[in-house]
Design a protein around this ligand. Structure first.
Ligand SMILES: Cc1cc2nc3c(=O)[nH]c(=O)nc-3n(C[C@H](O)[C@H](O)[C@H](O)COP(=O)(O)OP(=O)(O)OC[C@H]3O[C@@H](n4cnc5c(N)ncnc54)[C@H](O)[C@@H]3O)c2cc1C
Length: 455
């Protein structure tokens, strides 16, 4: 393939946490000055949308590496005072059964931090000049072939570039026509509100983030940055995925009395929290299988929830998206070396950069997806007596999967390992190895059909 001698235009579809972080990483981490990064987002403006979001130490370290220092301050996020990421309590007795801990997090600023999603998103947005962000651009179709990538928008306009990063979230499995999301059976009832609504109103309200587990349902409560507070009730919904999709869309208003009814027999702290929660929004939970490849037509890849639909398990979505973005920047820096800035690039270079990114991130997220699907399959176990059910609950709480490999994951070390594995600069095109025969046959032209997103 002949080398091209202009700057590389990177189109990013979706400006959520992953898309914005990718733009920052490509501009800063890659140091490849010839990159021209353009972001396309369906929302007409960046709204303070969503509820609470947590970043674990890996996500916090990555924010620092991306230079988003404001989000590490106590002003935007909340870290519990006792150096404990999260405490697990019994639904009825309120007894502490277990807790998450840190293994190697010496810097307190890297401890698990809880934000209103809108505040974290805004802190990231500040680092992308507005001239690179195109709002109100709802993608309907994308194409990638030997000559470049094209995005087609609902308003009839198009954008053309050299590389496409699909960052359009869980509902849009852009590159895999028959990709199916599976309803996990859980619905989250989320609320964020001013902390003055609960602080001082509930006797001995814990200052750490609390997760109460019941036999089926859970309840989470925590302070957030900027004097916000969150409650999240998770319950089993017996509807099938098909019925569910028709019944509830993501972030739809819920009925706060339903929340209160669900937890009316729980311990007094949980009951009081539900009474003081002013509203709920519903987030049905979906997950998908690991994708066989993240590289398409040598020019396109996925990032964030679009790459790994893990359904929010272990509150890892935000941190995974940030680590994806960092890995992408590292891969670009390695292939499009800053010292070669202004030099021509080839399709092989793009393929190498995307392959390196995929090799860094795909195995890690595939492991997580296996755990998520195992958990979905295990649900609905019946017990002979309440005593047996309670004993099983306590055992489950004490033997939670060790998530340190997730929450303290070192993405830079994973990148170095991927480099070594693939033979440094001459990394083979893993995308070819991972792609199915049918996909390889259609190498010259990949048409991406976007499922409608209801975010
Ligand atoms: C509105 C919203 C609220 C959320 N609230 C929470 C929350 O409260 N707690 C939590 O833990 N997680 C929440 N999430 C999910 C969380 O942000 C992600 O799991 C994680 O941060 C990974 O981010 P992402 O950028 O991959 O995906 P997302 O955050 O889902 O971002 C995807 C972006 O792509 C845009 N997009 C989608 N389709 C198109 C299209 N066709 N054309 C153009 N743009 C498109 C979306 O508008 C969105 O901005 C929320 C996501 C969204 C979109």
């Amino acid at each position: 393939m002949a080398a091209e001698d202009r700057s590389l235009r990177v189109l990013i579809a979706g400006a959520g946490i992953a898309g914005v972080a990718a733009a920052i990483s490509l501009s800063r981490v890659s140091s490849a000055v010839s990159l021209d990064v353009q972001l396309y987002e369906q929302a007409p403006e960046p709204l303070e949308i969503g509820a609470s979001i947590a970043l674990s130490p890996n996500g916090m370290r990555t924010l620092e590496k991306l230079g988003v220092h404001k989000a590490l301050s106590d002003e935007v996020g909340y870290r519990g005072p006792n150096g404990i990421p999260q405490i697990f309590r019994h639904w009825k007795t309120d007894q502490v059964i277990s807790a998450d801990t840190y293994t190697n997090v010496p810097n307190p600023r890297h401890r698990t931090t809880r934000f209103h999603r809108g505040h974290l998103h805004a802190a990231l947005f500040e680092h992308v000049p507005s001239r690179f962000i195109h709002l109100g651009k709802r993608l309907t179709r994308a194409e990638a072939n030997q000559n470049g990538v094209t995005l087609h928008f609902e308003d009839g306009s198009e954008a053309h570039g050299d590389i496409l990063i699909g960052a359009d979230g869980i509902c849009s499995k852009s590159f895999v026509a028959d990709y199916k999301l599976q309803f996990s059976g859980k619905v989250f009832m989320r609320s964020t509100f001013d902390d003055s609504l609960v602080e001082g109103k509930i006797p001995s309200l814990p200052t750490d983030s609390m997760h109460w587990w019941g036999p089926c349902d859970n309840f989470f409560a925590s302070k957030l940055g900027k004097n916000q507070y969150t409650t999240v009730g998770a319950y089993d919904d017996p509807r099938t995925a098909e019925k569910f999709e028709k019944g509830i869309s993501w972030d739809q208003s819920g009925d706060v009395n339903f929340l209160r009814g669900k937890y009316k027999n729980w311990n007094p702290t949980v009951r009081a929290l539900t009474e003081l929660t002013p509203y709920t929004n519903l987030f049905p939970n979906f997950a998908g299988d690991a994708l066989p490849t993240w590289v398409f037509a040598s020019r396109a890849t996925l990032i964030g929830d679009a790459a790994h639909a893990h359904g929010g398990a272990f509150a890892a979505g935000g941190s995974l998206a940030l680590d994806d973005a960092l890995a992408l920047g590292l891969a670009f820096r390695h292939v499009f070396k800053p010292s070669n800035s202004g030099q021509p690039f080839s399709l092989d270079d793009i393929r190498k950069a995307l392959g390196l990114y995929s090799n860094t991130r795909q195995p890690h997220t595939a492991r997580l997806l296996r755990i998520v699907h195992n958990q979905i399959e295990k649900r609905g176990v019946q017990f002979d007596s309440p005593g047996e059910e309670d004993a099983a609950l306590v055992t489950r709480m004490r033997s939670r999967p060790n998530t340190e490999g997730l929450s303290e994951h070192d993405v830079e070390a994973a990148f170095v390992a991927a480099l070594e594995q693939t033979g440094a600069a001459e990394a083979p095109d893993q995308s070819q190895a991972l792609r199915s025969t049918d996909e390889r046959a259609d190498e010259s032209r990949v048409t991406i059909q976007l499922k409608g997103s209801n975010l």
